[in-house]
Design a protein around this ligand. Structure first.
Ligand code: ATP
Ligand code: MG
Length: 388
């Protein structure tokens, strides 16, 4: 008996003539995710088979695949010769531990025959195998509508037998939709925003602004760690760390205090856009959500947008904080996001920020100070980190 991971994929089948491109990208991403586990990956008739992973690495391979976008579900299967008695004994062996755990379970056999020359059709397999299961485990009973155990048998080049179907993350294969730059802070929202856009097939790069010594080394480490957690789904991320202290201090000293947050956001966007462009990224991504804070009112978002030409993706715009937190927990970024280290936005937050900034006024405040040299210096001193 050989152990195989049987992978089903999602929306890709909608892509018509581009389908081979999406399939190849998915297989490449799976190879990358399984690096070091020596898998043999084969694509065939709308399925992908992962073979050759050793018994001890099997669980790890399965776990990694649950984070590859484009995968709908994964079934760890036993692949055996199609000889009928071999099929039956593999199926019984697979069910043994489940029956031991709950002897009065209900079950159903779900046969599928792609090899039309096989001597039994699907119905016959269902009946025959169902009967053999009941002979061997008489405490079980059949329930064709809501079975607790679904015993699936697929007759193809070999017979594939499995009971589990573990959900994948769905979405589109990362890298099939182009590249965008994520503005990542140490908070809860931006890592989730990055996850969501990578799920739509975007390759991510990331930009983080830090204001050392007002923000600590540990705050920066936390952002690197969050980027690493996102990269478990999104693949390698080029993270740009931008020193922002001079700009922030200048805003703080020379601009109206109620406008500092929105001005800071405009300057962040400007610098992020420059970096994004140099990276071949075509859009920016932020973790903003409508009305969450003063700088995320519609007026404030318009003023922020005005600073750049690129489209700005805000996948969380219509989400409640609770919904965002749920996703953060599910993808494993929450615990790191809630570590207490200060972000530069929180350090310099004004007491009475404008909630309805006027574009003209903000433009004027910004124009009153010459930021161009500071922007150049920040970009010059930006550090690049490859996070994987
Ligand atoms: P988050 O939870 O992502 O920190 P937030 O609710 O705290 O978001 P803000 O602090 O207003 O909101 O930031 C809004 C968005 O601006 C963030 O989601 C992120 O995309 C970007 N951003 C904020 N601070 C930084 C930073 N220091 N570096 C890069 N991007 C930032
Ligand atoms: Mg924040």
């Amino acid at each position: 008996m050989e152990r195989v991971l049987l992978v089903r994929y999602t929306e890709i089948h909608l892509k018509g003539l581009n389908r081979p491109y999406f399939e190849r990208a998915l297989v490449d991403n799976m190879k990358r995710a399984l690096r070091g586990l020596e898998p043999k990956i084969e694509r065939e008739h709308g399925r992908i088979y992962v073979r050759g992973v050793s018994e001890e690495n099997f669980g790890e391979a399965l776990d990694r695949l649950t984070r590859v976008f484009g995968i709908h579900s994964i079934s760890p299967a036993a692949a055996v010769d199609k000889d009928w008695e071999t099929v039956v004994s593999a199926a019984l062996e697979l069910m043994e531990p489940m029956v031991a755990e709950k002897p009065d379970s209900t079950f159903k056999v779900l046969a599928r025959r792609s090899d039309k020359r096989y001597f039994m059709n699907s119905d016959a397999i269902n009946k025959e195998l169902g009967g053999r299961v009941l002979d061997r485990f008489p405490t079980l009973s059949v329930d064709v509508h809501k079975p607790e155990i679904k015993l699936s048998v697929e007759i193809r080049d070999m017979a594939y037998i499995y009971c589990d179907e573990i959900p994948g993350p769905a979405g589109m294969p990362t890298g099939t939709a182009g590249k965008a730059s994520l503005l990542i802070s140490g908070g809860i929202d931006s890592p989730v925003a990055g996850y969501m856009m990578a799920k739509r097939g975007l390759t991510l790069s990331a930009v983080h602004f830090y204001s050392y010594p007002y923000t600590s080394e540990r705050a920066r480490d936390k952002v690197v760690e969050l980027t690493k957690l996102v990269s478990r789904y999104a693949g390698e991320i080029r993270l740009f760390l931008v020193p922002f202290t001079d700009i922030q201090m200048t805003i703080y000293e020379k601009c109206p205090s109620k406008e500092t947050t929105v001005l800071m956001r405009r300057l962040m966007m400007r610098i992020a856009e420059r970096i994004a462009r140099s990276e071949g990224a075509m859009a920016l991504i932020t973790g903003e959500s409508l009305g969450q804070v003063a700088s995320q009112t519609l007026e404030a978002l318009c003023v922020t947008n005005d600073a750049v030409d690129m489209p700005v993706f805000r996948p969380l715009i219509g989400f409640d904080k609770d919904e965002i937190m749920d996703i953060a927990r599910r993808i494993g970024t929450y615990e790191t996001s809630i570590l207490p280290y200060e972000d530069c936005c929180t350090v310099f937050v004004p007491k009475h920020p404008v909630t309805k900034p006027k574009l003209d006024e903000l433009r004027a405040s910004e124009a009153a100070v010459d930021f161009s040299e500071m922007i150049e210096k920040a970009i010059e001193n930006t550090e690049l980190m490859i996070v994987r």
